[in-house]
Design a protein. Sequence first.
Length: 276
Amino acid sequence: MTHARQHLTQVVAHRGASEDAPEHTLAAYRKAIEDGADALECDVRLTADGHLVCVHDRRVNRTSNGRGAVSALELSDLAALDFGSWKSRDAFGGPRVEEPDWEHRPEDREDTSVLTLERLLGLVSDAGRRVELAIETKHPTRWAGQVEERLLLLLKRYGLDAPASPGDSPVRVMSFSARSLHRVRAAAPTVPTVYLTQFVSPRLRDGRLPPGVRIAGPSLRIVRSHPAYIERLKQSGHQVHVWTVNEPADVDLCVRLGVDAIITNRPRAVLDQLGR
Ligand code: G3P
Ligand code: CA
């Protein structure tokens, strides 16, 4: 008797286990690894002095007790801030449910300090099991290649810039910018790239991606409203990684459609739902 090979859906912790811990902090990524996440998602931005840090917004105002654009601050400025106590605020800028407790910063300052990509790479390499990393370049076009250059230098330092094949790579690079992905592929052809899309486009409708990109990263909104596009992408041989999937019904939808990776703020809950 033959058994169809079960499709394994990867569970990716979006900004770490960001439902439980402040996004993009060491605490959130440690929790995601403990939770059993297959991969960690992080956004990266360049500081004024050229360090890649894991911060989603252009400014630090929402997720720290500081103010200003990441690109205008040096790493030492960011290191003085508390990126942990804001957690009570809705992750997408919604209403606060309680005041951040800036006065009572946890004892372990590293847990709530700004996280550099280098530190996150270190965490992953010390995880004791394979934990993949999905790194999103945020608004890279304004830096004319510097984000990708810096990123590739770091990957090289960790021996991650030249996997034998994309399937072997524990790291992938994601972006809404096709140009950013092109730069990565030009320098590191076997590092997989993921083209993120928030809205439906003719390209997506036809199951196509930018040249050389093998993985589609559509928003959950696209998946809900146009499941046929997802099927088309899969039929065209692409992998599909969907963000941000937190509700059980949406997890079911993704599994039904054969989605390859579910990017979620609650990795443990999704793993439980998948029976893992
Ligand atoms: O994983 C992709 C997703 O994170 C893109 O949206 O705004 O959460 O970075 P955003
Ligand atoms: Ca992101």
